[in-house]
Design a protein around this ligand. Sequence first.
Ligand SMILES: [Ca+2]
Length: 293
Amino acid sequence: MKGLVRIVTRSAMRIAALLFTFMALAGCGRAQSAAPASAPPKTQQSKATASPSQAAAAAPSVDSSLVFDLGGGVKMEFVLIRPGSFMMGSEEGYDNAKPVHKVTITEPFYMGKYEVTQAQYEKVMGRNPSQPQGASLPVERVSWNDAQEFCRKLSENKKQTIRLPTEAEWGYACRAGTTTNYYWGDAFDAQYAWCSENSGQASHEVGALKANAWGLYDMSGNVWEWCGDWYVDPYPTGDQVDPQGPGNGTYRVMHGGSWFEYPQRCRSAGRLGCYPTGQFHFNGFRIVCVPRT
Ligand SMILES: [Ca+2]
């Protein structure tokens, strides 16, 4: 009977996944117009370059980490990301990651070390929309609007500016100075990310796999992560400094792929646009805290 329930549950999740993919191809179709989920790009070679040396500079007076106590033993950890430049996007693979362009981040920011967990979400919001449930699992089935409300409430509680990362901040933190398809190399490695290859068709506790070079976990895979920007496709050309995305739009940006996606979607340049009201089994988020000056 348990097996039947599991099969039924997985079937339901699969249907939801297919619906999500349909959304990606139809409702959110502009996000993946170049290639469907079932047809990964032929080549995955990244053309991006980064400036890891620049990442080590600046922000000497800001603590390198930050921890929020949310009560009841639930904590939230952040890693300081220092200013620097990188090449955003990829000339190979999905068209929506083109053109590659130089981005400079001028201010330090604290990036969530992990995806927001269900325990953290429940502490702040008083509810947990996820299925299945587990304190250390990433919260999912949260819309962009839900994530915004989470940030607003936590900012109010902590008297600090807490927000979603911009798409540029997310990409910079994800690459962590790397220029390869993934932040560990050019080929998928199951030691770093949960995707369709190794997930067993479910999300996993945050931080169970290896981190990137700057100490961030699950930037690739597990759950898609909302960014603050409106979705734009293609990227603008030319160098950008602290880009915030377009002033308006229809879709919001998600990055990093998920437990359901093929590895190719979980590359550092992988992105998707979806309605800000969208709630799926694969979308969660992580947050940024602006250092006090
Ligand atoms: Ca993720």
